[in-house]
Structure formats: structure tokens, C-alpha cells
Write a protein that binds this ligand. Structure first.
Ligand code: ATP
Length: 413
């Protein structure tokens, strides 16, 4: 239909980018594990994209949103299966009208230029949608071959310098598809990293790309590659990617999986990005932490919370030989009372294997723990202020340790 509307307005219309790539890979973007609904289709129009978008939205009775600053618009369309499809429409930016005399040639070079400005060859193909030429693949730069042979290749030498976020995108696509960044591209990538181009990008743009990496089905592959290529070091100053860090990061994803399957409520409001940074920045000096935290818009108590977990972890390390102490569930209550979910998960990463089962048991129990008496009951019995709090805590610990059973709380006051 989009092609038909193109014909009606006399404009060439193409679907481009990831959609074409996934189509050629025969990966339905619904089943590639990274996203389901709504799924995106990127369309490029040779001519006025906004005018075209408005026309399409009207014909399809779809929701239309304009982003005039970028000369793009989005249409949200509910298809026959009641799924929302998002169509992003962009204008191929060239001197289309000025050279209107040479229309056929310019038409070609317009979409060509648009594709040339893209990140990698695998993302730089288009399929024409106009009726009459529907389905023609526009492959100007040998892109299909790269896709078939599993290569990530930039289209021009200054690509990473022009937009260093492509460094992270290269890693993401390489690891997602099990492709390889081809040697010349890799050299250019390493040069851009080495010369500090990642440092020139705003923290928010880097963060967006990192979050996309973390949404991939196997993010550790990309993290390892970023570590090896010194990308981590250039993104987070004074943060050295070491085998110890790598082990902790691997453990983080196992732990997170455990929480997802067994303790899902603890994942409430937890952002994977913050968890990964907890692990990654655990040995980073304070001065650098401040800068990093500002750069990536981390929560204001991020550093404080990180330190708290580190302190608790080192206290626990000292108690490891005191079996009687560490096998009581109340021990974990004392150590982690008041912790946020993110801190509880980070601590699980740091705890030695032999304590993990106990710790999980504690988390399961405290989650469901409910006292059958309240502060009011204590007040009636003559307890005051701080005494009330202390008594309630004492009862809670006894319940956790199984020293009393639920319902027996009143016997203690
Ligand atoms: P995904 O499957 O992860 O959504 P995608 O290729 O659709 O992958 P988007 O980030 O949605 O990724 O980008 C859509 C298209 O826009 C890409 O295929 C690429 O052609 C182009 N693009 C996106 N970001 C850049 C960039 N930083 N530089 C150049 N081209 C880009």
C-alpha cells in the first residue's frame, strides 16, 4: 500500500535498513528475540517525507507524529492481526528539486546517497515499494555479499569519526549475528577508540547504545569484545576490564536469571544498565565515579549505594569462618536491611557460592514475612519510641531464624 501511495503522489518510496537486512537474513524481526511488538519499518522517500507521511496516515487512518527537526515522521498502524506497526518515514536529503531536470539519475543518486550515509553495509540496502517496481533490491555497495558472508563493514573511512556511536553498533551487530568486523573496518574502529572519539560523544547517546547492547539475547559476548578492544576503558575512565570483572559480569547475568525465575519481585524498578555499572565500576576510584555518574545520568545515590554493598561484602568476607553467625537468616537481615533491589542483586553477585543458597532463602522468606502484631500492640503494652522499633526487629529476626513460628509473636511482648 505504501508503494501505491508513493505512486499516487509521484514519489519514489523505499523500505531501508534493518528491515531489509532481517528480511534477507530471513529473520522475522518478531522472532529475533530482541523485540516483538511494535516492530519498526524504516521508509525513505525521495521527496517530501512529511507530506508523504501525512498522506499515508490519512489513507490508513493511522496515528501520525511529526519530528520536524529531523524532517521525519512516524505512523502507528494497527494491522489485521491487531498488532501495532510503527513506520518511520524519512526524507532522502539531497538536491532533489534543484536537479529535477535530470530526474532519473538524481532519483538513483538520492537513495544512493541516503544509503551511503548509513552505518554499515548490512544496513545500507533498500527495497523499492512503488507499484511497478515493487521488490527491487537497491544494493549499491556490495552489501548483500557482506550479509551473506557475515561481514560488518563501514561504507567510508571517516565513518567512526563522524559518528563514534557506530563503534558500539558494530559490536552489537557483530555479536548478534555471529558476524565479523572486517579487518579494515576493525583498524578504523580501533584508531577511533584509541584517539578518544568515544569521549567526544554525549553520555546519553552512549548510554542509549549500551542499553541496546544489554537488550540483546547474549549481551556478555558484546561486553567481552568491548573489554578486549579497550572500549570499556574509553567509556569509563580508570576502569580496567580484567578477568575478575569479566567473571563478576558473567555471574551477574546468571544471578539476574535466577532472580527472574525465582525471585521476580526483586527485579521491580531495576535497570540492567545500573546493575552492569555496579559490577563494572566496583574498583573505579571515587573521583572518576563522580564524573562517570554525571556523564551517564546515573541516580544521585548510585555511588553511595555501590559503596554500601562493597562495605557489607567486606564485612561478610570477614565473617566467613563464623559458620554459626552466617547460617542464621537474621544475619542477612542485619546486613542488608534498607537495601534497594539493585543492591540486593549486586550483593548476590559478590557473595561466595557457599553463601548464595542461604542468601536466596533469606530473600524468599523476608519477602513474605508479615508480623501478626504491630507497633500499636506494643504501644498498648507500654513500649515507647525506639523500643518499639527494636522489639519489632527482634521479633522479625526470631521469625527469620525459625526461633518462633508465625502467630507466636504475641508471646514475646
Ligand atoms: P535493530 O534490529 O537493532 O532495531 P536496526 O538496524 O533497525 O536494528 P536502528 O537503530 O533502528 O537499527 O536503525 C535503523 C537504521 O538506521 C539502520 O539499519 C541504519 O541503516 C540506520 N542507522 C541507525 N543508526 C545509525 C548511525 N548511528 N549511523 C548511520 N546509520 C544509522
Amino acid at each position: 500500500l505504501i508503494g501505491l501511495y508513493g505512486n499516487e503522489l509521484g514519489l519514489n518510496v523505499y523500505v531501508v535498513g534493518g528491515f531489509v537486512r532481517d528480511l534477507l537474513l530471513a529473520i522475522n524481526s518478531k522472532s529475533n528475540g530482541t523485540k516483538s511488538i511494535p516492530y519498526d519499518i524504516d521508509v525513505v522517500v525521495e521527496g517530501d517525507g512529511l507530506l508523504f507521511g501525512k498522506y499515508v496516515a490519512k489513507q490508513l487512518r493511522a496515528k501520525y507524529i511529526e519530528h520536524p527537526k529531523f524532517h521525519t515522521c512516524s505512523i502507528f498502524y494497527r494491522n489485521g492481526e491487531n498488532k501495532i506497526i510503527r513506520i518511520d518515514i524519512a526524507t532522502a536529503r539531497t538536491e532533489y528539486y534543484e536537479e529535477a531536470g535530470e530526474l532519473p539519475k538524481v532519483e538513483l543518486s538520492t537513495i544512493k546517497k541516503d544509503l551511503y550515509r548509513r552505518d554499515f553495509s548490512i544496513n545500507a540496502m533498500a527495497i523499492k515499494l512503488n507499484s511497478g517496481s515493487f521488490g527491487i533490491l537497491m544494493d549499491f555497495f556490495n552489501c548483500k555479499k557482506d550479509l551473506e558472508e557475515g561481514r560488518i563493514r563501514i561504507l567510508y573511512p571517516l565513518s567512526f569519526i563522524e559518528d563514534p556511536t557506530r563503534i558500539l553498533r558494530a559490536i552489537r551487530f557483530e555479536q548478534r549475528f555471529g558476524f565479523e568486523i572486517e579487518p579494515n573496518t576493525l583498524t578504523k574502529l580501533e584508531e577511533a577508540v584509541e584517539k578518544g572519539y568515544l569521549e567526544k560523544v554525549t553520555g546519553m547517546r552512549i548510554r542509549e547504545e549500551l542499553e541496546k547492547i544489554l537488550e540483546e539475547p547474549e549481551p556478555m559476548k558484546a561486553v567481552k569484545r568491548m573489554g578486549k578492544l579497550k572500549i570499556i576503558f574509553h567509556l569509563f575512565e580508570k576502569t580496567y576490564y580484567s578477568p575478575t570483572l569479566e567473571k563478576d559480569l558473567e555471574k551477574l547475568f546468571d544471578v539476574k536469571n535466577y532472580f527472574k525465575n525465582n525471585l521476580p519481585n526483586y527485579l521491580n524498578k531495576v535497570r540492567v544498565f545500573h546493575l552492569v555499572l555496579d559490577v563494572l565500576l566496583q574498583y573505579t576510584p571515587e573521583e572518576s565515579l563522580k564524573k562517570i555518574s554525571e556523564r551517564y545520568g546515573l541516580p544521585k545515590d548510585f555511588i553511595k549505594n555501590l559503596k554500601q554493598v562493597k562495605n557489607v561484602y567486606s564485612e561478610i568476607s570477614k565473617d566467613l569462618n563464623n559458620k554459626e553467625k552466617i547460617l542464621n537468616l537474621s544475619y542477612y537481615y542485619e546486613k542488608t536491611n534498607g537495601f534497594q533491589n539493585e543492591q540486593l542483586i549486586f550483593l548476590a553477585v559478590k557473595l561466595p557460592e557457599e553463601l548464595l543458597e542461604k542468601y536466596y532463602e533469606y530473600l524468599r522468606k523476608i519477602e513474605k514475612l508479615k508480623l501478626s502484631i504491630t507497633g500499636k500492640d506494643l504501644l498498648k503494652k507500654g513500649y515507647e519510641g525506639a523500643q518499639i522499633k527494636a522489639k519489632l526487629e527482634e521479633i522479625k529476626k526470631k521469625l527469620l531464624n525459625g526461633e518462633i513460628q508465625p502467630g507466636e509473636e504475641k508471646n514475646l511482648i
